[in-house]
Design a protein around this ligand. Structure first.
Ligand code: C5P
Length: 413
């Protein structure tokens, strides 16, 4: 997996930098080449000599080092890699990248690179929890910077909490995941639905639901990161459009279905939207008035189209893989199996939303992937990790056209 991969490793200033040396050793053992950029603060924690010895290469330190610029400019340095890893990533370097500052070699390389960036944050727990750092984290995530850790535990400064850099083995696993995922779906077209739908009663009122769209948006981002040309059709949400995804904004179920039809043909469809089951039979053209007799209007509802079922039954235009979600509070797998059959889709990702599960309103969920062959239960994961695992699972089932010949027989194509 890592053999022949080129990694640009930015080592910023933090006590965790000593663990980065172990990471370098493990990367080299697996055949990756590592070129290190050491910040001034980083050099207070590890010596250039130890990094150079382990990478087997010179260590890059200053932006205006003329020798470096002559041998290799910072632009080339940042582009010559397959992946940029920042370990430890300090609050400072996260802030620099989030705001676009480039006042040393490390921050300049990060701003100039066109390659994926993986950060392993390490800092004091208060610094990590500070709204400024959390806002930088959100900004960077939105721009598709990947993160591993930080972990919870005792800190060098004597405090306890989130802020410990992920262990070398975890960073290594994240690096391998990154390489496994990238490009796996290139040449594929994907469609994702996300968010709630709003069904208008009149120009100002609607029937809606509380779906945040976080899962669907994360799936769209993960498919795009895996190389798929991705269209996201989303109902009203308070989330930014994911980077690298064509995002279409709709309100009602009927608009959502029409936008999905427009996006066809695709090979992969993931329906994560919480589509309203019913809509008002009529939408008043003007705002409905309360009137004088204080009688409430009777609402008459009609069923909405089922987008998942419609996409599953598109005949020749049917995507090769149609995936739905199911939120269940009991008999999870049994209900999901029934839904698979009634909708005609290929996979159902069933998640437990019983009050005991803590899924509603939380960021973590436990997924059971149900298909015709049976059930695959996943560990408890954050929604972003669910999305990445799904993208990776789709990639195994439907490899990119240029990758099919390199994969073993028996893969569904
Ligand atoms: O039938 P239920 O709403 O439980 O099914 C959930 C799955 O079906 C989700 O994947 C959801 O996106 C999809 N769905 C849909 N259109 C509907 C209702 C549900 O695409 N009208």
């Amino acid at each position: 997996m890592l053999s022949g991969r080129r990694i640009l490793l930015v080592v910023a200033g933090g006590i965790a930098a000593y663990k980065t040396l172990e990471l370098v050793r493990r990367l080299r053992e697996r055949g990756a080449s590592v070129r290190a950029v050491l910040t001034r603060a980083g050099a207070e924690f590890v010596t250039p000599l130890s990094l150079a010895s382990l990478t087997g290469d010179k260590v890059y330190r200053e932006l205006f080092d003329l020798t470096d610029e002559a041998e290799m400019g910072h632009i080339q340095l940042s582009r010559d890699a397959d992946l940029v890893v920042v370990a430890p990533a300090t609050a400072d370097i996260m802030a620099k990248l989030a705001t676009g500052r480039a006042d040393d070699l490390a921050s300049t390389a990060l701003l100039a690179t066109d390659k994926p960036v993986l950060m392993a944050p390490a800092m004091n727990v208060r610094m990590w929890e500070h709204p400024a750092t959390q806002s930088n984290l959100e900004t960077l995530k939105r721009r598709a910077t990947r993160f591993v850790g930080p972990n919870q535990g005792d800190m060098a400064c004597g405090e306890y909490g989130y802020g410990r850099m992920a262990e070398p083995a975890e960073i290594l696993a994240a690096i391998e995941t990154q390489f496994r995922a990238a490009g796996r779906l290139s040449g594929r077209r994907a469609l994702v639905t996300s968010g709630p739908t709003f069904e208008a009663l009149d120009p100002v009122r609607f029937l809606g639901n509380r779906s945040s769209g976080r899962q669907g948006h994360a799936v769209a981002a993960a498919l795009a990161a895996a190389g798929a040309e991705t269209t996201l059709v989303t109902g009203p949400v308070a989330l930014p459009d994911p980077a690298g995804v064509t995002t279409l904004h709709v309100e009602s179920a009927e608009e959502m279905l029409a936008a999905c039809r427009e996006a066809l043909p695709v090979e992969i469809a993931v329906c994560a939207a919480a589509v309203a089951d019913w809509r008002p039979a009529q939408t008043a053209e003007q705002k409905m008035k309360k009137g004088t007799d204080s009688r409430a209007p009777e609402l008459s509802l009609v069923p909405n189209p089922d987008i998942l079922a419609t996409l599953s039954q598109q005949g020749p235009q049917r995507p090769r893989l149609v995936i739905g979600f199911a939120a269940e509070t009991e008999n999870l797998v049994e209900h999901a199996g029934r839904k698979l059959a009634s909708k005609g889709c290929d996979w159902i990702l069933a998640n437990d939303v019983s009050p005991a599960s803590g899924t509603f309103g939380g960021d973590e969920t436990t997924i059971h992937l149900v298909d015709a062959a049976g059930v695959e239960s996943w560990p408890r994961l954050r929604k972003q990790a669910v999305a990445e695992r799904l993208a990776s699972r789709i990639g195994e089932t439907l490899p990119a056209p240029h990758m099919t010949e390199t994969l073993s027989e028996g893969v569904a194509e």
